[in-house]
Design a protein around this ligand. Structure first.
Ligand code: GDP
Ligand code: MN
Length: 397
């Protein structure tokens, strides 16, 4: 689950990470009120207005703008709210901005120049350790830095059993070229960031830029936070942070009915019971020259109602040319699944315009095949895996 910048910052702040302070607003009037409230706490009338969408590169696309007074702020907020923001990370048509973060300006002049760094925390699956990636080259596209100057990107691996050791935090501050108060503040920042990563069951933090202000404070100016969906059950407090308008509507609907569904780009709809079989089925489709349109695990209880719901979800994808149902009847009997498929088909009527290939194996598979073959519907049955693949191939040819 991805968070908006303002939600990510709020969460980080709760773990003691220093952040650029801000207030979220849905209208220009709310933005003005937010700016006035911030000024009371920060003393500055300069604010940045930042579009809140689940995509980075907002600065480049015109979604982050500095306002030097309230009049400017009202105009800028009015322009950004409701705009269709296009960045290198959005779909080509962009994303609609529903809210902005009004934040204190933290690039104020002072004793030294502000400096921008890059920092992320993530899991290194190859080593089974957590990793802090960081660079002196903050504020810009990190992929471009990795391409042109890979020696300027550092990594620090953290053993999850030991946690972040103090010497590691010092090493990071040192490699970033810091000294004095900024050095000390960076070690605190890094420790708090790692504590937040562990405490929130996150799978990715990307803070770009981390800023050293002109008076040597280290703060998070941006925050991309991805929480691990498998850890969410431990965090009821994060439930309200989900923004459904940013998610794939079919995946949202599937989650609501307890089906495990992931939208993909291909044209062969899949309905399978069990995640392992679902993946094997997707491999099979690929081998037959097709491309799966989705991953869909209907789970252990593939009754008529579930099969019908699954059909409905798959049919929402206009790219689907054929549906392959691959069910292993272990606990659930094949004839009951077959009956479910026939019933669902009849209920959906004209909604199904594509051929359906069904492979049922396991308990009562023969009765199931009989049921499908005698149903008179546009459903082809297959017994062997390869037979099912061949029929998929024919259907998409
Ligand atoms: P992104 O473009 O989506 O990654 O959004 P960021 O939150 O990283 O903001 C983009 C850029 O806006 C930053 O790299 C800064 O250069 C600039 N920016 C952010 N906050 C401030 C601020 O308080 N004052 C000024 N002057 N610029 C800011
Ligand atoms: Mn950024």
């Amino acid at each position: 689950m991805n968070l908006h910048e303002y939600q990510g910052k709020e969460m980080l702040s709760g773990f003691g990470v220093a952040i650029q302070r801000g207030i979220v607003a849905k209208t220009a009037a709310e933005a003005v009120a937010a700016a006035k409230q911030l000024t009371e706490n920060t003393g500055t009338d300069w604010h940045v207005v930042k579009a809140q969408i689940h995509a980075g590169g907002r600065g480049k696309g015109g979604g982050v703008k500095l306002a030097k007074n309230i009049e400017e702020l009202e105009i800028i907020a009015g322009d950004i709210i409701g705009m269709q923001l296009i960045t290198p990370q959005t779909p080509p048509e962009g994303k609609k901005v529903n809210q902005v973060l009004v934040a204190e300006d933290v690039y104020y002049p002072g004793a030294s120049e502000p400096s921008e760094y890059y920092m992320s925390v993530l899991l290194n699956r190859a080593t089974g350790k957590n990793m802090i990636m960081y660079s002196t080259e903050g504020g810009m596209d990190i992929e471009a830095v990795a391409e042109a100057t890979p020696h300027l990107i550092f990594t620090e691996e953290i053993d999850p059993a030991l946690g972040l050791m103090p010497f590691q935090a010092r090493k990071i501050a040192f490699n970033l070229g810091l000294s004095g108060a900024a050095f000390k503040d960076m070690t605190k920042f890094v420790s708090a960031l790692y504590r937040a990563y562990m405490g929130s069951d996150a799978s990715l933090f990307e803070i770009n830029p981390v800023l050293k202000t002109s008076d040597d404070k280290i703060i998070a100016v941006d925050a991309k936070v991805t929480l691990d969906d498998n850890g969410l059950f431990r965090h009821k407090e994060f439930e309200a942070l989900r923004d459904l308008s940013e998610e794939n509507p079919v995946e949202v609907e599937a989650r609501e009915v307890g089906l495990s569904y992931v939208d993909l780009d291909g044209n062969v709809g899949c309905m399978v019971n069990g995640a392992g079989l679902a993946m094997a089925t997707m491999d099979l489709i690929k081998q037959a020259g097709g491309d799966p349109a989705n991953f869909l695990d209907v789970g252990g209880t593939a009754d008529a109602a579930r099969v019908e719901t699954a059909f409905r979800l798959i049919l929402k994808d206009p790219d689907v040319k054929v549906i392959l149902i691959n069910i292993f009847g272990g606990i659930v009997r094949c004839d009951r699944v077959a009956q479910g498929i026939v019933d669902a088909y009849k209920n959906l009527g004209d909604a199904i315009q594509v051929p359906i290939i069904v492979r049922l194996q396991g308990t009562n598979a023969d009765i199931a095949k009989e049921l499908i073959d005698s149903s008179g519907l546009n459903v082809l049955s297959a017994t062997a895996f390869q037979e099912a693949a061949d029929k998929v191939q024919e259907a998409i040819a």
